[in-house]
Design a protein around this ligand. Structure first.
Ligand code: PMP
Length: 371
């Protein structure tokens, strides 16, 4: 049996050919001296243009190019979280990387649970209940990882109406999956009505462009905050390699050529996974509107006993069992703040996906529910 990995967050596609070509050409042309800390002007301009085409008006000074969006988040957390009492509100389930980063910053994370039963929506009433004068950041992920939930413009505007009442609060929207949506146009928080003085977008090339190991990301925010993050970048890693940034320009400028074919495959894979999961009894799931994961609810099967009488109590134990016996890796919901679930990527080859679903079906059919 071959190993199947649906646990990874990296998509299996190759990076776009124009990006590879342009980066190699830049390297051969000797683009290896230090650039500027904030990023090369052409890439910042290309991103300004990208947003302009979405009717979002920003200046190059509002853009900082970072080595991955993780690093962009790290700058923002470091700059914004100055006191131990600072709070970062994160609707959960959420990507485990946020919690990991918080381990190196001041402040604490406050989870704001959302549920599959209400389509992972985030009611303003629930938000109001957790916000207080210590809240420094509301961290949204749109489209969501692991849920695939996409917030509508109206939902975002309603949330912004609430957050604007808190003068210390920044809204950070992690939009790294923004080009991977299925059911309609995506609205960036930057396209919403109202003041953007305390609104920041974090984005990158890892997901939509399958460029995860290029380590390329960016943040877009108020100029003063971007300046402080740029100073941090200058003092630590100096800046992002220029030849990589040149490759990123090609990716962003040629996106209409390179993205549709990937999206088409993902769309088909989404349908395939949805119908495979539907065939498995007692496994409810939300159909993702963006990103490339399903996050089914395995709680009907937990706790349970395996055919060899091992008791599985949690999704961590269930995932370990699937890995050991069925060579199928999923990512346990516990890592995302929602135990009983598991994240399954469909950014994999078609045959791998079909085989994974058949192994999962067989594995779950062999489990015996315990009380
Ligand atoms: N944000 C989210 C929601 C992610 O899922 C990931 C990667 N798993 C990242 C940020 C980090 O991306 P990057 O490769 O740009 O650091």
């Amino acid at each position: 049996m071959t190993d199947i990995n649906l646990a990874s967050g990296a998509s299996y596609f190759r990076s776009p050919a124009p990006a590879i070509r342009t980066a190699i050409q830049a390297l051969e042309a000797g683009a290896t001296g230090h650039g500027t800390a904030e990023g090369i002007p052409e890439l910042r301009a290309a991103l300004v243009e990208r947003y302009r085409q979405e009717a979002i008006d920003i200046t190059p000074e509002q853009v900082l190019i970072t080595p991955g969006s993780k690093q962009a988040l790290f700058y923002l957390f470091t700059v914004l979280l100055q006191q131990d009492s600072n709070e970062v509100v994160v609707p959960t389930p959420a990507w485990f990387g946020f919690q990991e980063l918080m381990g190196y910053c001041k402040g604490k994370m406050i989870q704001l649970p959302t549920t599959a039963a209400s389509d992972f929506s985030l009611p303003t009433s629930a938000l109001r209940q957790v916000l207080n004068e210590n809240t420094r950041i509301l961290l949204l992920t749109n489209p969501g990882n692991p849920t695939g939930r996409v917030y509508s413009k109206q939902e975002l505007e309603e949330l912004l109406e609430v957050t604007k009442e808190y003068p210390n609060l920044y809204v950070i929207s992690d939009e790294i999956y923004d080009f991977v949506t299925y059911d309609g146009p995506f609205t960036s928080v930057l396209a919403c009505e109202g003041d953007k003085e305390r609104v920041v977008v974090v984005n990158g090339f890892s997901k939509s462009f399958a460029m995860s190991d290029w380590r390329l990301g960016y943040l877009v925010g108020p100029q003063e905050l971007v300046k402080r993050c740029t100073a941090f970048q200058a003092a630590t890693i100096a800046g992002v390699s220029k030849f990589l940034q040149k490759g990123a320009i090609a990716a962003i400028q040629e996106r209409d050529q390179v993205l549709p074919s990937m999206l088409e495959v993902l769309q088909e894979n989404r349908t395939l996974m949805a119908s495979g999961l539907k065939e498995i009894p007692h496994l409810p799931f939300f159909v993702p509107q963006g990103a490339y994961y399903f996050f089914p609810d395995f709680s009907h099967y937990l706790p349970c006993s395996t055919p060899t009488s091992h008791i599985l109590n949690s999704s961590i134990e269930l995932c370990a069992y699937l890995t050991e016996i069925y060579k199928l890796q999923l990512s346990p919901g516990d890592f995302f703040g929602l135990p009983g679930h598991a994240r399954m990527s469909f950014a994999v080859e078609r045959e791998v996906l079909a085989e994974a679903l058949s192994r999962l079906k067989e594995a779950l059919a062999g489990l015996i529910q315990s009380e």
